[in-house]
Design a protein around this ligand. Sequence first.
Ligand SMILES: [Ca+2]
Ligand SMILES: [Ca+2]
Ligand SMILES: [Ca+2]
Length: 621
Amino acid sequence: MRRLFTGYATLLRMALACALAASAAAHAAGPRLIVQFRDDDVEAAFSPVTRVAKMARESGVEGRYVRRMARGVHLVELDGAADAKAAAKSAMASGGAKIAVPDRRLKRAVIPNDTFVASQWYLTNDYASVSAYGAWDLTTGSSSVVVAVLDTGILPHPDLAGRVLPGYDFISDVDTANDGDGRDPDPADPGDWVTQTDIESGKFPDCEKESSSWHGTSVAGIVAANTNNAYAVAGIDWAARILPVRVLGKCGGYFSDIFDGIAWAAGFAVPGVPANPTPAQVVNLSLGSTEVVTCSAEEDALFAQLLSADGLRAFVAAAGNEAGDANLNFPSSCPSTIAVTATSDTGDRATYSNYGSSVDVAAPGGDRGGLGGLVYVLFNAGKTVPGAHGIGAGGGTSFAAPMVAGVASLMLAVAPGLTPQELRSIIRTTTKPFPAFSLCTSLSCGQGIVNAEAAVALAHATARGSEVPVVEYFNEGFGHYFMTAQPDEIAGLDAGAYNGAFVRTGAGFGAWDAPVAGTQPVCRFFTSAFAPRSSHFYTADPVECAGVKTNPDWQYETIAFHIAVPTAGACPAGTLPVYRMYNNGQTGAPNHRFTTSLAVYQDFTTHRNWSGEGIRFCAPD
Ligand SMILES: [Ca+2]
Ligand SMILES: [Ca+2]
Ligand SMILES: [Ca+2]
């Protein structure tokens, strides 16, 4: 049976706290348009105010002239309730604008105010760091993501307040456990110190005399210390929750306990242990074997069966600290893990780090050069049993792995549907290159240094849509059917926006809020060309969408939703046909209605003088 140890270098010292200034508050952007007119050279004689008035007549984009900007560009303030994005499209489509873009407010990147954040060099956007700051402009995480830390257990620390789930203690061997019993529901870290008496007892082979490591608390804090709370350190994920699974005690722990712990973390049943009510999507394994035997195909199969597209997405494993062959480290040499080697603050291979072809990526692990190059972590002052909580600084692949686990949890915040394969692929392909002088190459330290910003951006870009309801409304005054899948718009209309003119018909169908394989975006247009009545138009046909965009009477508004379309007049299996019918301008404004009800379609087209236009969408059943 394999016995595993904490892959961990020395914690150098306890540090003291000092305060840093808080960051400034953010403000919302105003509805302003930046406009460059198409015919600036020809009509330069006209004043900008006249030009803006002309734009209003031609495109309906009403605005107050604010000022001239550089390069013949003008700033226009729109009416309070105007949609700047839609106005920009209209100004370009029919208002004589060559370029019209909404004004926007920019702010500096999120800079947390934690006491030691200035020492946390590895969080910055620097070439040797993980670009957590860049990622935080996209997301600071989600509390629905759970990261299991399979480690020495956990201690209360103020910088983990509110972030730690109940967890479990999986250590079966009482001597190893050091808490007086075998498995139990309390994953508190009692300390893993080893005495001379322990060594002489023969119960702890190949272990040296050492103080307690408080390793699990340190690792958990790298992933999820409370950030921007003006205290201690910043974690990579500001919202994810930590599931502490205690598997390492005095002199490490057994793979048998670790495997059970991982399976439980992933939501699988473990005999004799209550079900885990909060399964994890990411497992961090800052542990390894000193047996120097590579992961077997059978061992890898044990890991692989725990991964799934809707369950556990990643095992992140430290490559080990023997400055040797990572391919002989377990479990990081298992292909199912995301194996992480450690780099320094210059992007060099950390002096202690294992390396080899089994490594997937590198991440900062802290190394040499005094405190400046180390990783700051949550710690405890107790040499044996727990003492006062504090802050430590150290280095090890144990600290590099949770950086990658934290990046994975940020990715899952923006793309909860990522599969294990997608998650691994994105982490590997978005890395930063090793600097030329580095001992690390893609053959020894994986694809590069993990890049949270790029990984989160790509995860977001590949995020799959969710099924959303398309809700139909009728505006009696306009004789106008309208539908929307936007939750805020639905909430507004249901709350009586536009003087309650839009009333739910009770009809609707399903669609997707983002591109999904087999769907088309549905363009939404608005017209007020038939005043006093207005109308909307929707199409999933890219040719029709492009055509209406050139029609000065119709303003393109947005992609309303994404939905499948029929092929040769028929919808794919598992979808419902959505019929489109046209009111022939009977109310003074052209209007279409979409319905999944053949009875409604036949009633309107045979008894109410509407034209039938056949099946246009295929809604999820
Ligand atoms: Ca116990
Ligand atoms: Ca316990
Ligand atoms: Ca903090």
